[in-house]
Each structure stands twice: as structure tokens, then as C-alpha cells.
Design a protein. Structure first.
Ligand SMILES: *Cc1c(COP(=O)(O)O)cnc(C)c1O
Length: 419
């Protein structure tokens, strides 16, 4: 059973001040989870999580993770600016971008971020723009199909990211000639993996590559970034990952491959987004309409603008009708938003308790890739984000958009700001 981290009574208080829809984040859950991750990898002296800012680009959230010892994984100008606003620089930041505009490399270099090159041609590109930094990382794409003991996980051969093995070898050689001294390897081969096998299998591949790169290029490889991809159980019947088993699996590969090669000082980095935040966010909405045609519909005051994953990927997000946790699931609903798009459905043919107009609904696991993917289709405005703090008080961490925000990009004319 998925249980919300807020009660109906707490929500009733919250909505008096902050009307639905909104995203709310669980500070206690975020901190405890970050500590578990750190503990699971505490066998590695230099371990560091660089939170993937794109998953939940809210400075208050990134700051909580910073307090827990995390850095930031940025991939764009504004993400770098957010990290900068929080006083982050240098080794606190991984810049893992692709198809990168010049000014973003300039900014990353200015902030001394660890630059992770997505392509062989970016070596000359970066050299021309900023010069080659002493510390540099390259993203690896092994091509083909990525399998673990449990079967096929993804298809890197079709992914736009990273350098081939030959390019990694040539790239490290070239970077060394151009003055790079400290090298890292990065790879992201599968997303939302609900399996303890993903990281250990990926680690095995990257550790072997590191040994080979060291032999063939003489590069001093100091860190390996396993990137994102650890998933969460969106469905209540899925078994969640055990981060301690994952950490131990990576340690086993480390002892087996890197230590005998004299590379026992390599630092392990992660760049998790979903795993760090998804379970610790809810989208809270109110049922505002019911409709009985060929199917039964419940219309919410939230829509795909607030959470795009169901519309975009057909993703499952569990729904709790607040105050009806014990009621029988004897009604079959499509739970919809108000966009003029038939895919604007949070749930299709979902068995739920009978929903009345005015019921508060919690949509689970929206803490990562939730608010972040929001857009303004149909002129809908983005919601507020709230923090449910450890002392159970609530803090506004982003106000809701207003019509003035929506029209702000017409500030060069006076259509919307007539005085
Ligand atoms: C999206 C992304 C992540 C985080 O992915 P999750 O699936 O949220 O863990 C990490 N690194 C890079 C480069 C990414 O693009």
C-alpha cells in the first residue's frame, strides 16, 4: 500500500492557505533517503551524489540535498545559475550536457564545474571556447543492447549520448596532450531501473573500461560517475530497490576489477534524480467534476501541465483519495485534467473508492520529473511547490504562476500591462 506522507487533516489546513493544485515535498523523507544512499556507498572514500537538478529544479530542494552533502548535476545555463545562487562551484558541480551551446561551456568553466563531454568533437569545441581544464570527464556509450542477468534493460545503440569506446581511447589521449591531468568516466545506460542489478552491472562495464583506458592512454582516472537511472516502484505491487544491496554490488565490482589494477583510489559518483526525489513528492488536487458518458470520468483541477508523465509515457502514478483509504475500490474511473488533449488523464480505468466533488486527491511519486516537466499548454499556469518540513510545518518554496507571469514575455508591447 502506498501511503501519503500527509494526512487529510494536514491537507485541509494546507489548502486554506495554498489552494490546489500544488506539489508538496517531504523534507524528512528526502533527508533520510539521501543519508541511506551515502551510507550504502560509504565504503568508497570519495563517494558523492550530484543531484540531477533537472528532476526537481527548485533551489530549496537542491539546498536540502546540499546540506546532506550532495552536489549538483547541471545540464543547462539556468541549472548552472541555480547551483551558483546556492553558492556551489568547482567539485560541487558536474556539468553533464549534450549538444551544448558555447555560452554554457563558458559558464561551467567559469564556475570550475567538472565538465562531462558528451562527444569526441566537443574536445576541440571546448578547447576553442575555454581551453581544456585540468579535470575532465567523458561520457561513454557502449552501443548495442544493455543486458543484466535479469534481461534486456535498454538500447544504448539507439541513444544519442556519449562516445564510442574507440573515441574514449582517442579522446583521453587527445585530452592528455592538451593538458588534462585528472580524468573521469560517466555513463547512463538505462532509466528508472527497478532492479538491484543495474548499477553493479554498469559499474562492471565502466571499471573494465577504466582499466583499459589507463593501460592504453596512461590517463589518471580519478572518478567514475554511474549517473542516474535507479528507479522507484511507481506501482504498489512493485518491489523497491535496496540501495544497500546496490552499494554492495558496486563495491564487489570495485574490489574485483579496480583494486587489482591499482585503481583502489577511484572515487564513485552518482547523479541520481528520480531515486532522490520521486517518492517524496505528491501532486495534490481537488475533484471538481464528474462526468458519465461511455465511461465514468472524474475531472481534477490539476492537469498534464502539472504532471506530464502519464500523458507522455502512459506512466502509472498511484492515486489516493484522501479520507477514503479504507473504502472499497469499487468504482472504475478515468481521472482527467482539463487540457484539450485526450491524453490528459492521470489514470485510465482505475479502480478507486467513490469520489465526490471536493474530495482531495494525492497523486503519488511526483517529486522528480513532475513539476519539472511542466509546460503552459492551453495557457494553463504552473502550480506552487510546498515543502512539508520535518517539524510538520509548511513552507512555500515556489509560488504559483499568475497570468502576469504567463504574459511576461510580451513585456516589449503594452497589450497586457496597460496602466
Ligand atoms: C536525467 C539525468 C540524470 C538523472 O536521471 P534519473 O533517472 O532521474 O536518475 C542523471 N544524469 C544525466 C546526465 C541525466 O540526463
Amino acid at each position: 500500500m502506498k501511503k501519503p506522507f500527509v494526512t487529510l487533516d494536514q491537507l485541509k489546513e494546507i489548502v486554506k492557505e495554498y489552494p490546489t493544485p500544488f506539489h508538496i515535498y517531504d523534507e524528512e523523507g528526502i533527508r533520510k533517503n539521501a543519508r541511506r544512499l551515502k551510507e550504502a556507498f560509504s565504503w568508497n572514500k570519495g563517494f558523492k551524489e550530484y543531484f540531477a537538478v533537472k528532476a526537481t529544479p527548485n533551489p530549496f530542494i537542491v539546498d536540502i540535498l546540499k546540506e546532506e552533502g550532495c552536489g549538483a548535476d547541471c545540464s543547462s545555463m539556468t541549472e548552472l545559475m541555480m547551483a551558483e545562487a546556492l553558492g556551489m562551484s568547482g567539485n560541487d558541480i558536474m556539468f553533464s550536457s549534450n549538444a551544448t551551446p558555447e555560452e554554457e561551456f563558458v559558464k561551467a568553466k567559469e564556475m570550475n564545474a567538472i565538465i562531462n563531454l558528451d562527444d569526441y568533437t566537443h574536445i576541440d569545441y571546448l578547447e576553442r571556447i575555454t581551453g581544456i581544464p585540468e579535470k575532465i570527464c567523458c561520457r561513454f556509450n557502449p552501443g548495442g543492447i544493455f543486458k543484466t542477468a535479469n534481461g534486456i534493460m535498454d538500447n544504448p545503440g539507439d541513444a544519442k549520448y556519449g562516445l564510442t569506446k574507440e573515441q574514449m581511447i582517442d579522446g583521453f589521449t587527445k585530452l592528455k596532450k592538451k593538458g588534462a591531468k585528472i580524468f573521469g568516466i560517466h555513463s547512463f545506460l538505462a532509466s528508472n531501473t527497478v532492479s538491484n542489478e543495474y548499477y553493479p552491472t554498469l559499474a562492471g562495464i565502466l571499471f573494465e573500461l577504466a582499466v583499459e583506458l589507463k593501460e592504453k592512454t596512461g590517463a589518471d582516472i580519478k572518478f567514475i560517475n554511474l549517473s542516474g537511472g535507479i528507479g522507484i516502484p511507481y506501482r504498489p505491487d512493485q518491489e523497491e530497490n535496496d540501495i544497500y544491496v546496490i552499494g554492495e554490488g558496486v563495491r564487489e565490482a570495485f574490489e574485483r576489477i579496480l583494486v587489482p589494477a591499482g585503481m583502489g583510489d577511484v572515487e564513485i559518483y552518482t547523479e541520481l534524480g528520480r531515486y532522490m526525489l520521486a517518492p517524496y513528492g505528491h501532486l495534490v488536487a481537488t475533484a471538481i467534476h464528474e462526468k458519465h458518458i461511455y465511461k465514468e470520468y472524474i475531472g481534477l483541477d490539476a492537469c498534464a501541465v502539472n504532471l506530464m508523465r502519464p500523458a507522455m509515457y502512459g506512466a502509472y502514478h498511484h492515486i489516493t483519495v484522501m479520507g477514503k483509504e479504507e473504502a472499497p475500490l469499487d468504482h472504475k474511473y478515468d481521472v482527467t485534467g482539463s487540457l484539450c488533449e485526450n491524453n490528459d488523464k492521470f489514470a485510465i480505468d482505475r479502480m478507486l473508492p467513490k469520489i465526490e466533488i471536493g474530495d482531495l486527491v494525492v497523486i503519488h511519486d511526483t517529486g522528480a520529473h513532475g513539476f519539472a516537466m511542466g509546460y503552459n499548454y492551453n495557457g494553463k499556469l504552473k502550480s506552487a511547490e510546498l515543502l512539508f518540513k520535518e517539524d510538520k510545518s509548511v513552507q512555500l518554496i515556489r509560488r504559483a504562476e499568475t497570468a502576469a507571469d504567463y504574459f511576461a514575455t510580451f513585456d516589449f508591447c503594452n497589450l497586457f500591462n496597460k496602466k
